[in-house]
Design a protein around this ligand. Structure first.
Ligand SMILES: NC(=O)c1ccc[n+]([C@@H]2O[C@H](COP(=O)([O-])OP(=O)(O)OC[C@H]3O[C@@H](n4cnc5c(N)ncnc54)[C@H](OP(=O)(O)O)[C@@H]3O)[C@@H](O)[C@H]2O)c1
Length: 271
């Protein structure tokens, strides 16, 4: 390894709304990207062109993280890239996910297994296996969700998967600390990933109601947090979560139904 080694970051979910912003932000700071995606080939082709125009290198890789063989395929491909002594693996961003998802009533064993495969199993084994190839000072960033922090039976499987990923974050942080590798998670709230739902005024209003700061997040804001956690600017930060949800985890959405304990105790005293 030479001093001029190029830092490489493996990013899953690169074809998604947030993944795209993460890739471009990292590329603009001098990181090369290994961009894994599932189905959206035009998006990944455009993203690759934009990354190259920023002067970074970009490898793209089509995979289905429901299949456990995908993790092996990614690790094999990254190992091959690392045969170049000018390339140093410095980060992993586990951004891919199956979003929202089956409710308490509609979940099946198959849908449950698929969510766990993409949202938990793949990040776990990518972290375990790519960490073996990482240099000290490297960083892993997982993607949780505000949904892991409030009850949401309509998205129970998704929310459970994100809670598991947060748990993995702090356990893995200790496991990898001795290798000088940090592990953290970001917690986005509703983030405009380009999905048509964000253009529906009624749905948008509902989404905005979750954040004490109002509005929904932009992918660029989330990408900024990922860059911070990947970079040496966060060199003393591991095993933690960085909440970029606009305060969606503070429970504001229940404000209308919430009983004021102070008022209640006053009323109770009257009786
Ligand atoms: N947007 C939000 O409001 C929000 C809120 C909280 C947390 N998050 C989290 O932020 C992260 C990014 O979400 P996003 O909004 O960018 O979602 P998105 O636009 O739907 O992107 C999801 C990404 O995951 C990939 N993916 C899905 N299934 C896959 C599979 N079986 N194998 C491999 N890759 C697969 C998709 O690939 P293809 O597109 O190529 O199929 C896509 O790149 C996720 O972890 C999500 O849980 C998002």
């Amino acid at each position: 390894m030479t001093d001029e080694a190029r830092p490489l970051v493996v990013l899953t979910g690169a074809s998604g709304g947030i993944g795209r912003s993460v890739a471009l932000r990292l590329a603009s700071e001098g990181y090369d990207l290994f961009c894994a995606f599932h189905s959206r080939e035009p998006q990944i082709r455009n993203l690759r062109s934009e990354i190259l125009s920023l002067g970074a290198r970009c490898d793209t890789f089509k995979c289905d993280l429901i299949q456990s063989s995908s993790v092996r395929d990614i690790v094999t491909r990254v190992s091959y890239l690392l045969e170049d002594p000018q390339v140093q693996l410095r980060g992993l961003v586990n951004c891919a996910a199956l979003l929202l998802g089956p409710s308490f009533e509609t979940a099946t064993e198959k849908s449950f297994d698929n969510y766990v495969a993409v949202n938990v199993r793949a990040p776990f084994f990518l972290t375990q296996q790519l960490a073996r190839l990482m240099a000290p000072g490297s960083s892993v960033v997982n993607f949780s969700s505000a949904g892991a922090h409030f009850s949401s039976p309509g998205d129970i499987v998704y929310s459970m998967s994100k809670a598991a990923l947060e748990s993995m974050t702090f356990h893995a942080a200790e496991a990898l600390a001795r290798k000088g590798i940090r592990v953290n998670a970001v917690i986005p709230g509703f983030t405009d990933n380009g999905h048509e739902l964000f253009s529906d005024p009624v749905v948008r209003k509902h989404m905005e109601s979750h954040a004490v700061l109002g509005d929904v997040s932009s992918p660029e804001t989330v990408a900024e947090a990922v860059l911070f956690l990947i970079s040496q600017r966060s060199s003393r930060t591991t095993g933690t979560t960085l909440d970029v949800s606009g305060g969606s985890t503070l429970g504001y959405r229940h404000a209308k139904e919430r009983i004021s304990l102070r008022q209640k105790s006053h009323v109770d005293r009257q009786y």
